[in-house]
Ligand binder design. Structure first.
Ligand SMILES: Cc1cc2nc3c(=O)[nH]c(=O)nc-3n(C[C@H](O)[C@H](O)[C@H](O)COP(=O)(O)OP(=O)(O)OC[C@H]3O[C@@H](n4cnc5c(N)ncnc54)[C@H](O)[C@@H]3O)c2cc1C
Length: 414
């Protein structure tokens, strides 16, 4: 499938790798910002649809229907003029030729390459037996954890305990949602679990103010969550986890142990031949180019969870959140369109591109089972009804941004 050595392979103007928050928004923005007709776009991802991650704990436990809380990503892309979705496993890229190779042997190329391959929710190798931990980010993880919950909460185990590892926002939200199974009339399985939440820091949600951590702990404790801060899981066995606190170790028996303690770079990022930080994230400049100012490689961009912006004094303290993906994607689209507006050999040089704006904070909604905090700077209010409704409204707004009409064949069959 390779093209002649001196003929660049050009299946599109822009090749977007990864179609989650960052990738799909790049596509949206390319269409929105294109001055005349939109560029030709090819999008590659292993998944055709994407579960809504900000409410993943509600999807997992059936508080909202899992099947209808997914973005129909491929359908959205396929509905756009001059855009194509390719489902496949990316195995390599060539930043000079701007081509990508898929596991099935397909090679695709474009003038502009955008890498939006994200992160994985996986424990560090330092936890012995960490492969026993379950998580809920990727569709495969989600399905495996959903099935495991069904097995341990089906009534066959007396008082099954679930240990949630991770005292950040995702960890407290999952622990709260599990605890709320106790009082739910419509719970999906007969037996509600006992819940232990283990966090390594001295307080919960350490990225937020100390008062929010204390309030979160009180809200979870009031729902019978056994909260253990300043505690680390060091080993996971069959039916137990070993934890350490202040130099003393002990075992917690459990039916399941779940990892929500932090993300890692997507494995593919290590082998792409792109500059990386010491932690393995893609290092991009403020213009979100992988080779800022790099002759001949100006057309390689990256954004979203996969990247750390490095500029000035070093890495910027950038949030790895959906809203940050959207901000970055908007800039990548603008810069890509600037380059596409020039002849491919840039006879007068590569034009200057716009830098990203660092926005260090934003509002947080922290759902804690029957409670739900809204946090903005020093403000922290518990508005369970309003916030649960608001977060679902946000989800609907997100889906409406990327409308995905049913394919013509499906419509005519109705
Ligand atoms: C449990 C959890 C809860 C969260 N809650 C919130 C929240 O409430 N609010 C918020 O703002 N943010 C939240 N986030 C963060 C937010 O989900 C991320 O910032 C966002 O998903 C990052 O999007 P992305 O497009 O950069 O990467 P990702 O979402 O990681 O997507 C990467 C994409 O690349 C694809 N991919 C990777 N490797 C390959 C390959 N080799 N071949 C083909 N395809 C590949 C994947 O299939 C995936 O579609 C949460 C994250 C998690 C894990």
């Amino acid at each position: 499938m390779s093209s002649a050595p001196d003929t660049p392979r050009r299946d599109a103007d822009v090749l977007v790798l990864g179609a989650s928050y960052a990738g799909v928004e790049v596509v949206y923005q390319l269409h929105r910002q294109a001055p005349v007709k939109p560029p030709r776009i090819v999008v590659v991802d292993r998944d055709r649809e994407h579960g809504y991650l900000p409410l993943v704990q509600e999807r997992l436990l059936g508080t909202i229907p899992a099947a209808s809380s997914k973005l129909q990503t491929a359908r959205y892309v396929e509905s756009l003029p001059h855009a194509r979705f390719v489902q496949g496993e990316i195995v390599a890229i060539d930043p000079d030729a701007r081509t990508v190779d898929l596991a099935d042997g397909t090679r695709l190329g474009a003038r502009i390459l955008v890498v939006a391959l994200g992160s994985v929710l996986e424990p560090p190798p330092s936890i012995r037996g960490g492969e026993r931990l379950l998580a809920h980010k990727s569709p495969a993880q989600f399905d495996a954890l959903h099935a495991a919950l069904g097995r341990v909460l089906d009534g066959s185990i007396d008082r099954p305990r679930i240990v949630v590892i991770g005292g950040g926002i995702s960890g407290v939200e999952l622990a709260g949602e599990l605890a709320a199974l106790r009082t739910r009339a419509d719970r999906p399985w007969p037996t509600p679990p006992e819940v232990t939440l283990v966090g390594g820091s001295s307080r919960l949600v350490p990225i937020l103010r100390p008062g929010v951590g204390a309030r979160t702990e009180r809200a979870l404790a009031a729902q019978q969550v056994d909260v253990r801060t300043a505690t680390r899981v060091v080993e996971v066995g069959d039916g137990w986890v070993e934890v350490e606190r202040g130099g003393a170790s002990s075992r917690v028996d459990c039916a399941l142990a779940l990892w929500v303690g932090g993300i890692a770079p997507a494995p593919i990022l290590a082998g792409l031949g792109l500059p990386r930080t010491d932690e393995g994230w893609l290092a991009v400049g403020p213009t979100l180019q992988c080779f800022p100012g790099g002759a001949g490689r100006a057309e390689v961009f990256a954004c979203g969870d996969a990247v750390r912006v490095v500029g000035g004094d070093g890495p910027w303290p950038t949030m790895q959140r959906a809203i940050e993906c959207i901000w970055q994607a908007k800039l990548v689209a603008a810069n890509a369109l600037t380059l596409l507006g020039q002849a491919a050999d840039y006879p007068t040089g590569v034009p200057p591109l716009q830098p990203h704006t660092l926005r260090p904070g934003f509002a947080y909604g922290v759902s804690l089972g029957r409670r739900s905090l809204v946090v903005w700077g020093p403000l922290c209010v518990d508005l369970p009804r309003i916030n649960h409704w608001f977060r679902r409204w946000l989800m609907r707004q997100y889906f409406a941004r990327y409308p995905a009409p049913a394919p013509a064949a499906e419509l005519s069959a109705r």
